[in-house]
Design a protein around this ligand. Structure first.
Ligand code: ZN
Length: 580
């Protein structure tokens, strides 16, 4: 075994690359069961002193997550990793258990390092979650991935609550997510690798790669990933005969129409990681390639990334720290992005010619890729996103203690919070929720609000002892702002945490309010003028007694101040508050 592995080692920029040849590799046709995976990792832990396996928080299956840490210096805690300046690489597997490639690849990689500890770089610590969606992994079958070429058996995409965990990183409905975030915040990794299998087009590559979208990632980190780290990974993969391409999301029907870079908002694992200045990667093996090839492509890519991270470890740690410090004082935050279709890079792409044939099932045209006609063509890679919604951060947010689900998630994510020491009335900025839209059908257990528009107002509001004050001067400012600003695509408001404020609680009887309305119009001529012009502009309105009364009600002091008022206050400049 040693001879086999060493025979394929080669030296490049003082870094060893391990690329065991296919003939030396186990042939994977099936994925392992949950019990087998845990037994195999446990055996590695017992056999080696460079590995340490422990259990962390629970999942929705009632079973705990396992965390398998590898370090050639036996650095098995986050505190030691930081003090000894190790770069922390977290590897997450089976968030989609129908895509178990990373589980088997991570085991093979861990076993290789246990067999050859000298090959594990000393300046990195690996934090491997062997199986993340345990619930889905235990829901094993052979049919849920209709288009995928193996393994023979695999788990199901959703977890015990039928949730896609790779949409759950902000709402954190799943216990798996809460436990993951606790592990993530404990380790604060520099790099997150979240292993997947793609669907979509056919092409030659076994492996494609999503990198934290460069405009969204902190500029210090994205300059490094775009100019150095990612080109290095591509070059190393090519060198070992395993070329890769960007994840293939096509502009039109086929890759020749161009590839659009994936925008992973914070609901996704790597989008969540980017909020904490962690560089995220999503390796996506190609569903039509045999399972065995996919496992070993994942293995190769992880080792290439680990070696690259080792050779750049000092810079990665420095940039992570600098990005964190810059985030503490960053003023402007982007809440939503859109693709700039006028900007693209030309990249070489190894695809297959395609055409349309007539389906024998329906008699209608269907797309067909001709694998006997491989091509290498220059295609467009659309990889520029521009801000669509931005906000200036406040100095502080105040979250009333009533909103326990929000406070809990802030705390799980390491946000420093203070509590008011006594009841206090504060003049603060509030958002009036002017436009809120949601779909008719739930998505991932929520009626997610889209296109929310707010208007800032200043109001005089009572707070109570124990309400939460969050200063926006933290390394995790992006998490704070992107979750607490209601216009954000993945804000807590978007995910329905504040829906209570969207309903009016008290109304009026029109026959009683009619007299009051008359009085209001006498006392407030401005409302009379508005009413007159509304009647002129809208004949239906002019014929509705109720609508006209409500028009007056809304503009009077009877209107409920809490209705459609976003309950989190913003303090634009620091004021002295009595908090602990
Ligand atoms: Zn996936």
């Amino acid at each position: 075994m040693l001879k086999n592995v060493l025979s394929v080692l080669f030296l490049c920029s003082s870094v060893f690359f391990v690329a065991a040849q296919n003939k030396d590799r186990k042939n994977y046709t099936n994925s392992k069961t949950y019990d087998q995976v845990i037994a195999d990792f446990t055996a590695l832990d017992k056999r080696s002193d460079i590995a340490s396996m422990s259990t962390a928080g629970l999942t929705d299956a009632g079973k705990p997550l396992h965390v398998f840490v590898m370090s050639s210096d036996k650095v098995f805690t986050s505190g030691q990793a930081k003090s000894k300046e190790k770069s922390v690489i977290m590897i997450n597997n089976a968030i989609h258990p129908g895509e178990p490639d990373g589980v088997d690849a991570s085991y093979e990689m861990a076993a290789m390092y246990v067999a050859h500890p000298e090959l594990l770089p000393t300046n990195v610590v690996l934090v491997i979650i062997p199986i993340y969606n345990i619930d889905g992994y235990l829901n094993r079958g052979s049919f849920s991935r209709a288009n995928q070429n193996g393994p023979e058996q695999y788990g199901f995409r959703a977890n015990a609550k039928n949730l896609d965990l790779n949409r759950d990183f902000i709402k954190a409905d799943a216990q798996n997510t809460i436990s993951f975030e606790q592990i993530f915040q404990q380790w604060k990794p520099d790099i997150l690798i979240d292993n997947h299998v793609s669907d979509g087009s056919d092409y030659q590559y076994t492996m494609s790669l999503i990198v934290s979208q460069r405009n969204k990632l902190h500029p210090l980190l994205s300059a490094f990933t775009s100019s150095k780290f990612v080109p290095g990974i591509y070059a190393d993969m090519k060198k070992i005969g395993q070329p890769i391409c960007p994840y293939v999301e096509t502009m039109g029907e086929t890759p020749e129409s161009g590839i659009v870079e994936f925008m992973e908002s914070p609901r996704f694992a790597t989008g969540y990681a980017a909020l904490f200045n962690c560089i995220g990667f999503v390796p996506e093996t190609h569903m039509l390639k045999p399972y065995n090839d996919r496992v070993w492509a994942t293995y190769d890519l992880m080792i290439v990334m680990i070696n690259r991270a080792s050779s750049e470890a000092k810079e990665i740690i420095r940039l992570h720290n600098e990005a964190d410090q810059a985030t503490c004082t960053q003023e402007q935050f982007v809440l939503g992005w859109k693709l700039d279709t006028t900007k693209y890079e030309m990249i070489d792409f190894n695809g297959y010619e395609s055409s349309h044939i007539i389906s024998k099932v329906t008699g209608l045209p269907v797309l067909w890729y001709d694998r006997s006609k491989p091509y290498t063509k220059k295609i467009r890679f659309y990889n520029t996103y521009v801000p669509e919604v931005s906000v200036k951060k406040p100095s502080m947010y105040i979250v009333p203690q009533a909103w326990t689900d929000v406070i809990y998630r802030l705390q799980i994510n390491g946000i420093r919070v203070h509590r008011l020491l006594r009841d206090t009335v504060i003049d603060a900025e509030y958002y009036k929720l002017n436009e809120v839209r949601h779909p008719d059908h739930p998505y991932e257990s929520h009626y997610v609000h889209r296109g929310t528009k707010v208007e800032a107002t200043v109001q005089h509001v009572q707070y109570f002892k124990g309400d939460y004050v969050i200063e926006v001067n933290q390394t995790s400012n992006r998490y704070i702002v992107e979750t607490l600003e209601p216009e954000g695509d993945d804000s807590f408001f978007a995910w329905n945490f504040f829906d209570g404020v969207l309903n009016q609680k008290e109304w009026f009887s029109d026959y009683v309010f009619d007299g009051k309305a008359e009085q209001i119009l006498i006392e407030h001529p401005a409302i009379q003028i508005q009413l007159d012009s509304a009647r002129k502009a809208d004949t239906t309105f002019a014929k509705s007694h109720w609508n006209q009364l409500y028009f007056i009600y809304e503009r009077s002091e009877y209107k409920e101040p809490t209705h459609n008022r976003y309950p989190v206050a913003l303090l634009r400049s620091p004021i002295k508050l009595p908090f602990e």
